[in-house]
Ligand binder design. Sequence first.
Ligand SMILES: [Zn+2]
Ligand SMILES: [Zn+2]
Length: 125
Amino acid sequence: MIEYFGIRYNAPIYKDATKIVLPQGMICRYCYENVRSDDDGFKDEEGYIHRECNMCAGLGTISHQQKTCHHFEGSMPEIDVRLTLRQNALMAALYFYTKMSGHGMAYYKHYQEDDESTLFENCNY
Ligand SMILES: [Zn+2]
Ligand SMILES: [Zn+2]
């Protein structure tokens, strides 16, 4: 049974999901960072996870999605060690959206408004 918090997106994972109160301050089981008041995500039997972290866990990091990591006999590192796990997950989600649906810029704008705005300036992908 999947429960979600924050915005309900038009994605298959939300099909039978029920909304819960945003668990502000709880730890994401992927990136170990707190859930913030403007985050979206899920709760399942393993705990809480940010929406983007859940995407990254399923789809892989940017290098994984590009098939340039060791899983594909590539030489790119799985994660960008200059960034936090959370930032790697945000980048992976952004990359996926940009590639799949052209929603990347809307997503970028959302995160440009807070303290993660430097995230994209630091990215060399
Ligand atoms: Zn997370
Ligand atoms: Zn990989």
